[in-house]
Design a protein around this ligand. Structure first.
Ligand code: GLN
Length: 486
């Protein structure tokens, strides 16, 4: 096995036993980047010099037996997580030259845990999208089939992990942006409970929905990364001060007696591809065989999730994005001769079409006279969706569903059809609206060889349960061990 192919937990063992040095491992990852980045296009910024210094420091720490959970582990970070001294563009022209003067809390945490950041990865502009085609800079390719999208918005994170250009990655999920690309690229992705991970230094898209989480080669690695980034942060008033379970220790693989809820409303072939249906069915059979009980549950308001999300998220986005006005942050149109023109030109040139669409949608939904009909109604539906989950968790421990209706689509296939793009988020949005945790674990391949993910959603702060149930699946299957041939 080549070094870049290692999982985090295997690399930890080799580093600890001094079979491999952090410098060798990091160099191997950069060699891999040199070879496959030109065809995958996952990175916006590569930070080789900083990484090599960090790797040397990791080797020194290892020689002094001062080993932390991520000492010497090469990771990639989505380009909307602030990195002190390293550009953070949100894949937007408006922030093309923005270098944050501070680190996001999660960056502080992974740095303190010894991680070696190798670069910042591509995404849909401001995390708005499901394909990474909305990046202001380039389109990332799906490593399993380069003419397909990697999913989004954390498409760079998922593609970098799947193509072994890092050992693990951080992404963000507002409506599915960790789980959906993880599913499309055949890696594990976890969206934690809202409040589990600090959002301080995460550039806001929709503040009541955004959460940072890991994308990893297997469940154990996802557990290791989640452990490092979780926890209360006084700098984020929405983070929650609750004990953090030992996620890795939760991975027993035992699911006997657990009740797995199968939402009646999702149990239809309506718009879901036969490949996805059969992979999810196989997973259900596997859990039954492992001693879990499948129970029928109802999420009656889930059919309104897309409509509610696409009002709430743009409403919050239009307010969060008001700060990019050419004065406080980022690019400014210098040719404009007065203030109003400067605002207009800066924002028209700086934001791409999808971001502008969201700003328009959000502004409309919040405007006087429409607020009650749109934003307020959507907020009420949000409460109903949350109540559905709370009721469901009275009769089941976790909920199982597809992540996406279809495997990764072709690049360009949906760019002119935003509604189809929005509808493909049907299975992931509800978890964000309710604030519950969800993950995607590889559960099969389509006839054409594209990965398919299985979604497991849990009650608040039950990340340990969903990770363990995913681990059980992983122990019984080989999907997570397969890697694209590049
Ligand atoms: N696809 C959804 C959107 O476009 C979700 C994005 C996300 O989770 N950041 O808004």
């Amino acid at each position: 096995m080549d070094l870049h192919e290692l999982t985090i937990h295997k690399a930890q063992d080799l580093l600890k036993n001094k079979k491999v040095s952090a410098t060798e491992l990091t160099r191997a990852v950069f060699e891999r980047i040199e070879n496959v980045e030109p065809i995958v296009d996952a990175y916006i910024t590569i930070t080789k010099d900083i990484a090599m210094d960090r790797a040397e420091a990791a080797d020194k720490a290892i020689s002094e037996n001062n080993i932390k959970p991520l000492t010497g582990i090469p990771v990639a970070v989505k380009d909307l997580i602030c990195t002190k001294g390293v550009k953070t563009t949100c894949a937007s022209k408006i922030l093309e030259n923005f270098t944050p003067p501070y680190d996001a809390t999660v960056m502080g945490k992974i740095n303190a845990a010894g991680a070696v950041m190798v670069g910042k990865v591509n995404m849909d502009e401001f995390a708005m999208g499901s394909s990474t085609e909305n990046s202001g800079f380039k389109v990332t390719k799906n490593p399993w089939n380069l003419s397909h999208v990697p999913g989004g918005s954390s498409g760079g994170s998922a593609a970098a992990v799947a193509s072994d250009m890092c050992l693990g990655s951080l992404g963000s999920d507002t409506g599915g942006s960790i789980r959906q690309p993880a599913s499309h690229c055949g890696v594990v992705g976890v969206k934690p409970t809202y409040g589990r991970v600090s959002r301080f230094g995460l550039v806001a898209f929709a503040s009541s929905l955004d959460q940072i989480g890991p994308l990893a080669k297997d469940v154990t690695d996802a557990a290791i990364l989640l452990q490092v980034i979780s926890g209360y942060d006084p700098k984020d008033s929405t983070s929650v001060d609750k004990p953090i379970p030992d996620y890795r220790a939760a991975l027993s693989g035992d699911v006997k007696g657990l009740k797995i809820g199968i939402p009646r409303q999702y149990n239809t072939s309506n718009g879901v591809s036969p490949d996805v249906l059969s992979a999810v069915q196989t997973a259900m059979d596997l859990y039954k065989g492992a001693g879990a009980e499948l129970v029928d549950i109802s999420l009656p308001h889930s059919e309104y999730a897309v409509a509610a999300y696409y009002l709430i998220a743009p409403a919050e986005a239009c307010s969060n994005l008001a700060r990019y006005d050419g004065v406080k942050y980022g690019a400014r149109d210098k040719a404009s001769s007065n203030l109003i023109d400067m605002y207009r030109n800066t924002r028209s040139k700086g934001f791409g079409p999808e971001v502008q669409r969201r700003i328009l949608l959000g502004t409309y939904a919040l405007s006087a006279g429409y607020y009650d009909a749109y934003y307020k109604k959507a907020s009420q539906i949000r409460t109903l969706i949350k109540n559905d989950f709370m009721q469901a968790f009275e009769t089941c421990d976790i909920i199982l569903s597809p992540v996406t209706p279809t495997p990764a689509f072709k690049i360009g296939e949906n760019v002119d059809d935003p509604l189809t793009m929005y509808l493909s988020d049907i299975f992931t949005l509800s978890a964000n609206l309710a604030g519950i945790p969800g993950l995607s674990v590889p559960c099969g391949f389509s006839q054409s060889g594209l990965p398919i993910g299985l979604q497991l959603m849990g009650n608040y702060f039950a990340e340990n349960t969903i990770l363990n149930i995913a681990y059980c699946f992983e122990q019984a299957t080989e999907f997570h061990k397969q890697r694209p041939k590049l």
